[in-house]
Ligand binder design. Structure first.
Ligand SMILES: [Zn+2]
Length: 187
């Protein structure tokens, strides 16, 4: 299985062979990095907003947890009301919809927890939404550095049974925008 990462001047896209593509703007990535960096002892996170294009997802912005979020070293619950307002504003200003969730881990758990997967299953089961795919970003806060993990959750229907498949698309440092010559030069 091959993971690939492609970057443009404004965003980076992640894919694993055959999976949906998740692209994230550098501004959304740096927002998540900054929120996570400022919260070294307790988890933080928020919602991801952007656009669905078939099963592919474009993430354009990431919210902060909000003032009434519940945050501890091994648990995180975002401020639902605050995130709802963030989404309404994003929708009004940029037509951006709810496309995913992000949060951080601060206890060196470098993967989604069982609780994270249960939460995710709840989102797919929610009759208010009809997701084909969903983006999940995890930021692991380590001593000196931050690790970025990008996942896509997709519904597969096999023999009339719905199954949620979670695929890791990326694990590594936060990608930086390519400096210098871009492929848009020469227009
Ligand atoms: Zn988690």
């Amino acid at each position: 299985m091959k993971n690939s990462l492609k970057s443009s001047p404004t965003s980076v896209s992640f894919q694993r062979e055959g999976s949906a593509v998740i692209s994230i703007t550098f501004s959304a990535l740096s927002a998540m990095r900054d929120f996570a960096r400022r919260s070294r002892d307790v988890e933080c996170g928020g919602i991801l907003v952007g656009h669905n294009k078939g099963r592919d997802i474009e993430v354009v912005a990431a919210s902060d947890p909000g003032p009434r979020a519940k945050q501890s070293a091994a648990h995180f619950l975002r401020d639902t009301e605050y995130c709802r307002e963030f989404l309404a504003r994003s929708y009004r200003d940029a037509g951006a919809d709810y496309v995913g969730e992000w949060h951080s881990h601060v206890v060196n758990l470098r993967q989604l927890s069982a609780g994270d997967l249960t939460t995710l299953a709840g989102i797919f089961i929610d009759p208010d939404y009809d997701f084909v795919s969903f983006a999940i970003v995890l930021v692991v806060v380590e001593e000196a550095d931050l690790e970025l993990l990008v996942y896509v959750a997709e519904i597969s229907r096999k023999r009339f049974r719905r199954r949620i498949a979670v695929t890791e698309l990326y694990r590594g440092r936060f990608p930086e925008p390519a400096s210098g010559v871009s492929d848009r030069d020469g227009l």
